[in-house]
Structures are given as C-alpha cells and as structure tokens.
Design a protein around this ligand. Sequence first.
Ligand code: ATP
Ligand code: MG
Length: 385
Amino acid sequence: MKENVIILRYGELYLKGNNRSFFENTLLKNIRHSLKDFTFELKKISGRYVISNYNEEDYNLIIEKLTKVFGLVSVSPAYEFPTNIEDIENKCKELAADLSGTFRITTKRADKKFPIKSDNFSAMMGEVILKANPNLKVDLHNPDTSIIIEIRENGQTYILSKIIHAHGGMPVGTAGKGLLMLSGGIDSPVAGYMMAKRGLTLCAIHFHSFPYTSLQAKEKVLKLKEILEGYTGKIKLFVVPFTKIQEAIHVNCFEEYMITIMRRIMLRIAERVAKKYSCGTIITGESLGQVASQTLESITVTNSVIKELPVFRPLIGMDKTEIMKISNDIGTYETSILPYEDCCTVFLPKNPVIKPTIKKAIHEEEKFNLDYLIDDAINNIEIIE
Ligand code: ATP
Ligand code: MG
C-alpha cells in the first residue's frame, strides 16, 4: 500500500500576526518553485498544506526538495480519504500487514461530528490492527511505529506513520535581501544558509584573483552556490576581478597589514554592490578569533570601512566543529574542502597582524590609488545568474 498525499507542516509563521498572509503566500510560492519540475496539486487545510496527484516515481525527489524549503517544519506521507469508519478500519488492516514490532495509535479528532472519542477510537483501531497481524504488540510509550489518525473538519481522514523533519526557519523572501561574501571555504556557505533560513533572499559576491587562483576555484564557488540554491532559490552571483588589487597591496603595503587591507577593500566593494542591487545587509562567515583577521581588533578595523549597512556574521560565536557539522548536514562540506586556492591564501603574509589599528590601516591605504582600483574592479564585475 502506498500513501497518496504528502502533508506539510509549517511553524514559526503563526508568530507573525498581521503579516501572516504575506508569510504564507511567500511560503506557498517557494514550495511551488521548489517543485517546479514535477506535476502535483497543492491545497490548504487548516494550518497545513497537502500535496497530491504527484507521480509516485517522483516521491523521493519531492520529499528531498520540500525538506529544504525554509518555513516548513516537517512533512509526512499520508493516506487521505473521505472520513468513514469502515474505510479507516480497512486502511488499518492494510497497514497492519506492513508493520512489525510494536505500535501505538493516536487519534486526533478535529471533526467533532465524528461520533467516537479519540481515545476510544484509537483503542478500537488498535484491536483491528492486532487482529489483522497477531505478531504485533502495543507499546504506548516507546513504539517502533507511531500511527496517527487525523479526522479533519474538511471531511477527510489522514493516516500517517512517518514524520520527516525539514529545516524550519522563515520563508526565503520575507526578511529582505542580503549580499553573501562567498569564498570557497567551509564557513561562508554555512553563513548564507543560516541567514536565508531567517528569511533573507541571497545574492553572493566572490573575489577572484585569476590567474593566481585557478578557474577550478571559481567552479567550486559556482558549485557551492548551486548547493545553496536548493534551499534559497536562485542566487545572483557577482564575481569581482581582484588580481590588480591584490598585486597593488602586495607591492605597496607593509606585509603584516596585507590581509587587513585586502579585507577592507573587499568590504568596501561589497557595500557598493549591495547598495546598487538593493541588498540591505552584507553577510560574512567570520567567527571570532578563528584566524588573525577575525580578532575583535581586526573585525573593528575592517568593519570601520562600512558606511551604512549592517554586516551579519551568523557564525561569530560558533566553534569550527559546530560550523563543520552544519556544513555536512546541508551538503556543502565535500565541495568546500576541495583543495583549490582561495584568493586570500595567495599573497599570505607570514605573520599577519593580530591587533591592527585603523590609523595604520589608513596609512597603508594611502600608498596606492585605491579608489581607482575599486572603481575598475566594480566596472568589470561578471554577473552570473
Ligand atoms: P571561509 O571558510 O568562508 O572561506 P575563512 O575561515 O577562510 O572563511 P577568511 O578567509 O578570513 O575566513 O574570510 C572570512 C570571510 O570573508 C569569509 O567567511 C567570507 O565571508 C569572506 N571572504 C573571504 N574570502 C572571500 C572571497 N574570495 N570572496 C568573497 N568573500 C570572501
Ligand atoms: Mg576563506
């Protein structure tokens, strides 16, 4: 016997009072977008969505796509049919054949016209199942299978036994737009995932130092973008040619300050791109103290070039092991650890400054024509849709 619908549950949305319909409509749009390659029907029942009439062979892919839609808390394959005691009994008998070990039944009777109380009905259906498959046992506390019978106001009954967790969060598109600084490393894709999960639509910016960094390094970033898009929908990517700037820093600046200056320039460019494309925030994968450029002093000096936008650093308080765990869970880790050089690693000084000052950074920047180089880089950005 095969389930004929998928029930989708959403969570935090109900917190959003007046904005509720905006949140729900965005969630619906995102669900439809994630399933755009499949045929299906979608309807709303109180507080849930139900997907039906999909092709059975698409089932696994549909589940995979749905569990990545932020705003959904869980999904369940279920049997849906018009409420009728005899039919519920028959379904329970069919179900019994597929079960082994212990089970429990929970009835949720939203339709108070249904004549039997929930607990009594659970006991009745338990008897039906035991009779159909005498090898089974009831265990109310820790069953192998927990069967839920939902008798709904819309005249339909749903029977389900699997709850598949989704990522939760808020629907992408309900919190504005952010520009993710996407390197090829482990951290920044995780940072993007976390902020999209709070409802931000993502754009991404990548600084590329060809030929010091290989084309494979860029391919890697494209691959990371693609994996993230499974959760976020389309991400517009800005690839900034960064070679001339890195060469200028290398030739002109005091070695210890090279990374500090490079990061200040990246942020300046990111803020200009963000504003041009209506992004309200810049997102980075920085984590306090992880490397010399992420000490409090370093972050102070790099952040000070930002004029208006807030910079979100969702990983700031996380350990590398925690970040790696998320990276694994969301599927970016294997790509992130591919060996191609990131532009930061090309002109790496032996002893980067750990406690830079703004004054010294400005002094280093006065040694070359920074404004011209920034304009030039921005004018030559490649946009990848
Ligand atoms: P990641 O694993 O994300 O590369 P990291 O630990 O290597 O981070 P840094 O190299 O100091 O740390 O970079 C800190 C943050 O700056 C990154 O998380 C990313 O948001 C941004 N960043 C670094 N390099 C680039 C780049 N080439 N293009 C775009 N953003 C970058
Ligand atoms: Mg990096």
